[in-house]
Design a protein around this ligand. Structure first.
Ligand code: NAG
Ligand code: NAG
Length: 327
């Protein structure tokens, strides 16, 4: 009797031990599986960024092959301070340029190493949308960064203020992608003339876009454009194109900012400006010198055109009423 009880007990114990072993083994296998799949997932995901320095801000400046005077002005002024958080590149299409220009570009590249040469791109004004696509593709392939600033070679930027504003924007806890600049929502599509837009008949306007003298995109927006580059249609203007390409993207904040003086004509000079467009090399030098010595941008604040706050609650055709008193 006693022996029988002992046997039953030992059987039970044996059975329990078996179950326990089974559970432990299953858990080990499961953990191993999870670790491995996670590793592979991470590896695939990070591969694109291996061995790349991460920059806070990547600045891409569109410039023509013969725009060396402007490039030099920028190098000597607003990009003269070395900042390890910033990487800048001058994007130039050098397909079909004359041998002489090619040689000049080569020596410029040897000296400064800051040219993004787009060897498949023929540089002319009508091809800027294609140029920005190719630039984004190369930048996405070769660089890692948090934000990208696109500007022209006649744009002047206070980079430290731009970085500070990005920090504060992040500190506010937004989980959105940022598309930041001076927005226009009521650009009408031209039906005739040199800027005729053939085939854009989905609307009589374009879609709200940040004007091209300077705008900021967060990394994932650049990635979105770069990864879809071969499928996107090209509009006449590069800034209009970016606005349209980003229209279907979820979770994006379009931040209209009057501190971006980035229209096709400058609105003047305000000490609040972070970006100001249509500056000659001489203007850049005097803005830079004045800012260096006084800490403010303008020797005299001037308003030559009225500005507007963008109204996102009304249809885009009514978005942008210029009025006095706005910088
Ligand atoms: C990363 O850089 C190291 C050292 O420069 C090099 O040995 C390695 O092959 C690089 N890895 C990749 C994936 O390029
Ligand atoms: C936007 O327009 C609406 C309607 O006209 C107006 O009530 C509102 O105050 C405007 N908002 C801004 C920020 O201008």
């Amino acid at each position: 009797m006693v022996i029988q009880i002992k046997r039953v007990l030992s059987k039970k114990l044996h059975f329990r031990l078996n179950i326990a072993t089974l559970i432990i083994i299953t858990m080990i296998i499961l953990a191993f599986y999870l670790i491995m799949t996670n590793k592979c997932y991470k590896k695939n995901n990070v591969n694109n960024k291996i061995n790349k320095t991460k920059y806070r801000l990547l600045i891409v400046i569109l410039t023509r092959p013969d725009g060396m005077k402007n490039r030099d002005a920028i190098r000597k002024t607003w990009l003269s301070d070395k900042n390890k958080n910033i990487k800048y590149l001058f994007a130039i299409g050098n397909l079909d340029v004359q041998q002489e220009t090619k040689d000049t570009l080569k020596s410029e590249q040897d000296k400064f190493g800051d040219l993004l040469l787009l060897s498949k791109h023929q540089d002319h004004y009508g091809s800027l949308s294609l140029k920005i696509l190719q630039a984004f593709k190369m930048i996405h392939a070769d660089y890692d960064f948090d934000y990208l600033l696109k500007c022209d070679d006649d744009t002047f930027v206070l980079t430290s203020r731009l970085l500070n504003e990005l920090d504060s924007w992040e500190d506010r806890g937004s989980k959105k992608e940022i598309y930041w600049g001076f927005f226009n929502g009521k650009a009408q599509v031209k039906r005739s003339g040199p800027w005729k837009e053939a085939g854009w008949n989905l609307c009589d306007y374009y879609l709200p876009y940040a004007v091209g003298g300077g705008y900021v995109l967060s990394y994932r927006l650049v990635e979105f454009i770069a990864m879809n580059a071969d499928r996107l249609r090209l509009f006449n203007s590069e800034d209009v194109s970016v606005g349209l390409w980003l229209a279907p993207v979820a979770n994006i904040e379009r931040k209209h900012d009057v501190k971006f003086d980035t229209e096709y004509r400058s609105r003047g000079c305000s000490n609040s400006y972070i970006v100001t467009h249509k500056q000659s090399p001489e203007n850049m030098q005097s803005l830079h010198d004045y800012y260096q010595s006084t800490g403010v941008l303008c020797s005299k604040e001037i308003r030559s055109r009225m500005s507007y706050n963008y109204n996102w609650t009304v249809p885009p055709s009514q978005c942008c009423h210029r009025q006095a008193g706005i910088i």
